[in-house]
Design a protein around this ligand. Structure first.
Ligand code: GRF
Length: 214
C-alpha cells in the first residue's frame, strides 16, 4: 500500500507540484494525501485543489505558541492518517511537539548545499559569499534550523553573470528533481540514521543522486 504523505507549504508550491507529479506515476510508493498551508494566499493550496488533493488553510494566530500551533497541525495530519510529512517552503520552524508525532518521518528541501547557508535566502547567501558552487539539499528534519541528517544533494554552479533570480531558478530546477527522488529513497531504501549520517541498505548515501547543472 502506498504511504500517505502530507506536504506543508507556505508559498508558490513548485516543490509540491514536483511531488504531486511524481506521485502520479504508476510506480510511485507514495501518494500526496493532504496539503496544508499557514497562508491563505499560498498558490500551493491552488495546486492541491487542481490536483484534487485535500487542502487545508491552517493559520497560526499571533497569540498562539509554536507548540500549540504544532499540536493543531499534528491533529490535522493524524486525522488524515498521514505517514510522512514533506516541508516544501514551510516558513514556520517546527517544534518537538511536531517531530515527536512523526519521528524521522519529516523531510525538508533547502536551497543550498547544507551545512553551508542554512536559514533564510540560501541562494542570496551563496551570492554574497562569492561561492562558486551551491545547490539543494533534502534532509530529515530535526529540532535545529536546517541541521537534520542529509538524504540527497544536488550541486549547482554559480555563474559569473548570475543574479539572484537566475541562480534561484537553477537551484529550483534541481530541487524539483531531488525532492521526489529523496521521498522515494526513504520509502524504498530502509533508511537508518547513525549520528548525522543516513545509511540506506547498510550503505552511507549509496542511492542518493548528485549532479551538476550548467
Ligand atoms: C524552495 O527553494 C525551498 O528550498 C525553500 O523554499 C522554497 C520553496 O519554493 N525551503 P516553492 O514554494 O516550492 O516553489
Amino acid at each position: 500500500m502506498s504511504a500517505r504523505v502530507a506536504v506543508l507549504a507556505s508559498g508558490s508550491g513548485s516543490n509540491l507540484q514536483a511531488l504531486i507529479d511524481d506521485c502520479a506515476q504508476p510506480d510511485a510508493p507514495a501518494r500526496i494525501a493532504l496539503v496544508i498551508s499557514n497562508r491563505r494566499e499560498a498558490f500551493a493550496l491552488e495546486r492541491a485543489r487542481l490536483a484534487a488533493i485535500p487542502a487545508q488553510h491552517l493559520p497560526r494566530s499571533r497569540q498562539e505558541s509554536r507548540q500549540d500551533y504544532d499540536a493543531r497541525l499534528v491533529e490535522a495530519l493524524q486525522a488524515q492518517q498521514i505517514d510522512w510529512v514533506c516541508l516544501a517552503g514551510w516558513m514556520l520552524l517546527v517544534t518537538p511537539v511536531f517531530l515527536r508525532a512523526f519521528p524521522s518521518r519529516v523531510l525538508n528541501v533547502h536551497p543550498a548545499l547544507l551545512p553551508s547557508f542554512p536559514g533564510l535566502d540560501g541562494a542570496a547567501q551563496a551570492l554574497a559569499h562569492g561561492a562558486r558552487v551551491t545547490g539543494a539539499t533534502v534532509h530529515l528534519v530535526d529540532e535545529g534550523c536546517d541541521t537534520g541528517p542529509i538524504l540527497c544533494q544536488g550541486a549547482v554552479p554559480v555563474l559569473p553573470d548570475d543574479d539572484l533570480a537566475r541562480l534561484q531558478a537553477r537551484i529550483h530546477r534541481v530541487e524539483h528533481r531531488l525532492y521526489p527522488r529523496a521521498l522515494r529513497l526513504v520509502l524504498q531504501g530502509q533508511p537508518r540514521v547513525q549520528g548525522r549520517v543516513v545509511y540506506f541498505d547498510g550503505q552511507p548515501q549509496a542511492r542518493t543522486y548528485e549532479w551538476f547543472e550548467g
